[in-house]
Design a protein around this ligand. Structure first.
Ligand SMILES: C[S@@+](CC[C@H](N)C(=O)[O-])C[C@H]1O[C@@H](n2cnc3c(N)ncnc32)[C@H](O)[C@@H]1O
Length: 474
């Protein structure tokens, strides 16, 4: 096969090129093709991993890699296609090598970053006045007008990211934040990350998005840019939670770490914690001085609006009945579990439509997938076929509690609707009969406080479920 044919075979059909140059990007039926010299692709992938580690909530904006190959001298990645953003609303992209410095009044710079167009003071002031209790300054139109006249120097270029960064997605997570931004200017980026907002270099973009969608973030970014002085001091945030939660978990959950935070961060953390329990322990946030909580849009949205969050290859013919869909472990979470579960052979005691079993098999494990229902096993087998791993999984119809224990490790995701008693029974049975294992539990399940918890978050940072692990030495 020649090079174009090899590329088309990876793309699953003909390719429409979106970007040329040293690292071309194209769209094919299977996903977005990204190719370039191995060193450049490796660097980009490392940046992506770092960004994801720092901002787990960003996972919905960064498309997962479906396939990887080598064509000629280039490494080729096929990434999930998150759809094309509306160009008018695209975020700015700063390609490597561009260095166009602009010094201009803030108002003029704001008209150069997406979303297109200038800014109007009246709606921002109105929105700020509604939320004045959480503001770092007193909202006066003259103050904002003066800020818009302040000169600033930044580096800008325009383009768009293939990750479909839309206002809705940014709003769900917070404000935008670009990788590769330096302390005194914005440069080279190809996707947006979400808050907490703590880097003045991206404040310009944060102001622009916030102006339209989230006035408190815009206000905070104006302070970070130094064009408006904060008239209030920092807030101290304290949290009580299940002791098994890690500091990183608390940060993901609240959008900021306990300690000194800005007013906007404290208000949002307060809003996120309202009515939330993890491991059966209520999350309690207190602020000194006390400030009112703020609703965080999107934080409580149910997961899985886009079925590709459940299975990246959903559109290749994945089969799920309604209950299997509702109880499926989304691919990204299933992959994280598969990466840490010990053992070469895993008994998946409640396999459902195969969310976890497929991830285990793709991680190189052998899997014994058990379910009482023949139709669920048929879905799991079919779905495993789409991922090319059906031959690594033995599908077995039966009752997990009644079957023998043919491996050292088990994974348990019993149906939550059956109630906590069944979950507890499955966990007890697993611990008794298997040396190692993990059990997936609803976040409200009362986990003894001495057990460390592994929390799985939705891309919005909402705690979707908890995992508890056990290991006995042989
Ligand atoms: C929550 S779902 C599993 C979802 C799966 N982890 C996934 O990601 O697709 C639970 C499954 O357990 C099955 N089940 C219920 N009781 C069972 C039992 N005693 N033994 C084996 N399977 C059982 C149900 O039919 C259901 O398909």
């Amino acid at each position: 096969m020649d090079v174009p044919e090899q590329l088309e075979s990876l793309a699953g059909g003909s390719i429409r090129w979106l970007q040329q140059g040293r690292t071309p990007v194209g769209r094919g039926p299977r996903g977005i093709l990204r190719l370039g010299p191995a060193a450049i692709i490796a660097e980009e992938e490392a940046a992506k991993r770092n960004t994801l580690a720092a901002f787990p909530a960003l996972s919905s904006l960064i498309p997962p890699t479906i396939m990887q190959g080598t064509v000629g001298d280039n490494v080729v990645l096929v990434e999930a296609d998150l759809g094309e953003p509306d160009r008018g609303q695209a975020v700015p992209v700063f390609p490597p090598g561009t260095d166009q410095s602009h010094t201009a009044p803030l108002g003029e710079l704001l008209s150069m970053v997406a979303p297109a167009g200038g800014v109007n003071v009246t709606p921002l002031i109105r929105a700020l006045r509604r939320q004045h209790a959480a503001l770092p300054f007193r909202p006066r139109a003259a103050l904002i007008q003066r800020a818009l006249r302040q000169p600033l120097t930044v580096t800008l270029s325009r383009g768009w990211a293939h990750g479909a960064i839309t206002p809705g997605r940014l709003l769900a997570g917070g404000v935008c934040h670009w990788r590769h931004s330096g302390p005194d200017r914005i440069q080279q980026c190809d996707h947006a990350a979400v808050g907490p907002f703590d880097d003045p270099a991206v404040a310009l973009c944060a102001v622009k998005w916030g102006w339209r969608f989230d006035a408190l973030h815009a206000a905070e970014a104006l302070v970070a840019l130094g064009v408006i002085a904060s008239t209030t001091g920092p807030i101290t945030l304290s949290v009580t939670a299940h002791p098994g939660l890690s500091a990183a978990d608390l940060r993901t959950l609240l959008g900021c770490a306990p300690g000194e935070v800005s007013r906007a961060q404290a208000a949002a953390a307060h809003g996120r914690a309202r009515g939330l329990s993890v491991g059966g322990v209520k999350i309690t946030v207190t602020t000194t001085p006390p400030i009112p909580p703020r609703a965080v849009p999107g934080f409580r949205q149910p997961r899985g609006r886009d079925p590709r969050r459940l299975f990246a290859r959903y559109h290749d013919g994945i089969r799920l009945d309604d209950d299997a869909r509702a109880s499926l472990t989304p691919q990204r979470a299933a992959e994280a579990i598969a990466a840490r579960i010990p053992g070469k052979t895993i008994v998946d005691g409640f396999c459902g439509a195969g969310g976890n079993a497929i991830a285990f098999a793709r991680a190189g494990k052998r899997v014994i997938a058990i379910d009482t229902r023949a139709d669920r096993l048929a879905q799991a087998r079919h779905n495993a076929g789409i991922y090319g791993v059906a031959d690594r999984i033995t599908f077995q119809q039966g009752d997990f509690f009644a079957l023998p224990t043919p491996a050292d490790t088990c994974f348990l995701d019993p149906p939550w609707a059956a109630g906590d008693a069944l979950l507890q029974r499955a966990w007890d049975h697993g611990r008794k009969h298997y040396r190692c294992g993990m059990v997936k539990l609803p976040r409200t399940f009362e986990v003894p406080t001495e057990e460390p918890l592994e929390v799985s978050f939705t891309p919005e940072g909402f705690p979707a479920f908890v995992m508890v692990e056990w290991r006995r030495s042989a």
